[in-house]
Design a protein around this ligand. Structure first.
Ligand code: GUN
Ligand code: ZN
Length: 451
């Protein structure tokens, strides 16, 4: 006999429901009048207990308090696979590609995060912004300063969020104030932060070498050793984003077969390693990532803004390389999952260097929810509404703007309805964001920042 689960705060949510089946080829499912049942379990986490048509499920829960949102639709909270919170104020800084952008805007700006009070103000704004856009989990870069991790984790913990971040490792080709001047210390700081934060409440740690050019081989190999010591922490970095960057990597690491191979040789490729961009991989690289369970964070608004290139969906599918969507703020231009999904569609349509394809709207949505969760090895925990998933979700208002109302009313299939929201949507579509069964007040948030 299965022991009865200890449940408290049983709560019902009645609205439309959008979710994904858990299968080799996941399918989107939609229920126009659904019921989602959530409860706090013995470990303190609020999880989904049941979902289904209201008319069938409601009778099984006679005394359930129910929040009813007629005309709205509950969908999984979005998962952003790659984002930099310290680059919130770097969005929209123009440059002649990645390397000048890093040198002139990003590196100088990230130096400020040695000051915890500054880092805290940005963290709070950043998390408000994620909530307004319906993003409930993110795999996030901090900066090279350990304090930048502490303030982020503390804020995420206060808000009961599932978030993953890490101190950036960069011990060369970086300015004073951002560079790790003592490689051994940078590795000790990483280990200390893992012990302090990984697995605490809903927080996770990611070992975070910025990218191969800004780490010495000693730092990369040290990071790989820590990864072996802590098999369930994440690893995140950038790879094969820009042609000048790739030329530089191959000069710095002449022994490597490819850019990706630099990380492989340092034991930084494995399950729970997420690499941003992955534009200029070859098939050997793609197969290698697939073989070890490493995944790609596809960042189309960033790739367009920095003129980096186009992610090759067809080749990735052929190699079995798993991927999900990411904003890559501040190279990326928007926190909005709708903007990212729209850009991913547009980019996949391009036939520069490889055949253009038309990504299905259900697949685009999956890439930013259950697919991104799978890429983080968090299937069944976030990014979906199936029983057992944590109760982080968004409530969509398909009538949020006159054009959305008009266009969505004329759709006949689920695919058409989702596509209209992907193409026309922004944060106005997010009527509510619910984290751990609590509705976050997103409407009243106004920035108090004065430059
Ligand atoms: N490569 C190394 N650092 C960065 C960064 O901050 N953003 C992007 N897009 N690429 C990088
Ligand atoms: Zn990035």
């Amino acid at each position: 006999m299965r022991p009865e689960k200890t449940l408290t705060n049983l709560q019902g949510w009645r609205a439309g429901l959008l979710w994904f089946t858990q299968a080799e080829q996941p399918q989107a499912r939609h229920e126009t009048d659904g019921l989602l049942v959530t409860a706090r379990e013995a470990d303190g986490i609020v999880r989904i207990q049941a979902l289904g048509p209201y008319r069938e499920l409601a009778a099984q829960y006679p005394d359930l308090p129910v929040t009813h949102w007629p005309g709205l639709c509950i969908a999984p909270g979005f998962v952003d696979l790659h984002i930099h919170y310290p680059q919130t104020d770097v969005i929209g800084s123009p440059a002649e590609g990645l390397l000048p952008w890093l040198e002139h805007y990003t590196f100088p700006h990230e130096k400020h995060f040695s000051q915890p009070a500054y880092a805290h103000e940005v963290t709070a704004f950043f998390m408000d912004e994620l909530m307004r856009h319906g993003v409930t989990t993110a795999l996030c870069f901090a900066t090279a300063h350990p304090e930048s991790v502490d303030v982020f984790m503390a804020e995420a913990q206060k808000r009961h969020l599932r978030m993953v971040t890490g101190k950036v490792l960069q011990d060369r080709h970086s300015p004073d104030g951002l560079r790790d001047t003592d490689t051994a210390l940078s590795l000790r700081q990483t280990e200390d932060l893992i012990r302090r934060w990984h697995g605490v409440d809903r927080l996770g740690y990611a070992i975070t070498p910025r990218f191969a050019p800004t780490s010495t081989p000693k730092q990369l190999h040290g990071a790989g050793e820590i990864a072996q010591q802590f098999p369930d922490v994440w690893i995140q970095s950038h790879v094969a984003e820009n042609l000048d960057e790739i030329r530089w990597v191959l000069e710095l690491f002449p022994e490597a077969r490819s850019y990706l191979d630099v990380y492989d040789r340092a034991n930084l490729l494995r399950q729970r390693s997420v690499y941003a961009h992955c534009i200029y991989l070859d098939d050997t690289d793609r197969r290698r990532m697939a073989e070890v369970g490493a995944t790609a964070a596809v960042s189309p608004t960033s790739n367009l803004f920095l003129g980096s290139g186009f992610f090759n969906y067809a080749a990735s599918d052929a190699a079995g390389l798993r991927y999900g969507l990411a904003s890559d703020v501040g190279g990326g231009t928007s926190f909005s999952p709708f903007h990212t999904m729209h850009a991913a569609y547009t980019v996949a349509r391009q036939s520069v260097g490889h055949p253009g394809i038309s990504l299905a709207p259900e697949h685009l949505w999956w890439q930013h929810t259950a697919g991104a969760a799978a890429a983080m090895d968090l299937s069944g925990q976030v990014g979906n509404l199936l029983p057992g998933c944590e109760a982080d979700f968004v409530v969509l208002n398909p009538k949020a703007t006159p054009l959305l109302a008009r266009r969505t009313a004329q759709t006949e299939t689920l695919a058409e309805w989702l596509f209209a929201m992907i193409v026309l949507g922004d944060e106005r579509l997010i009527a509510h964001t619910v984290v751990q069964g609590q509705t976050v007040n997103i409407a009243s948030q106004v920035s108090s920042f004065s430059p």
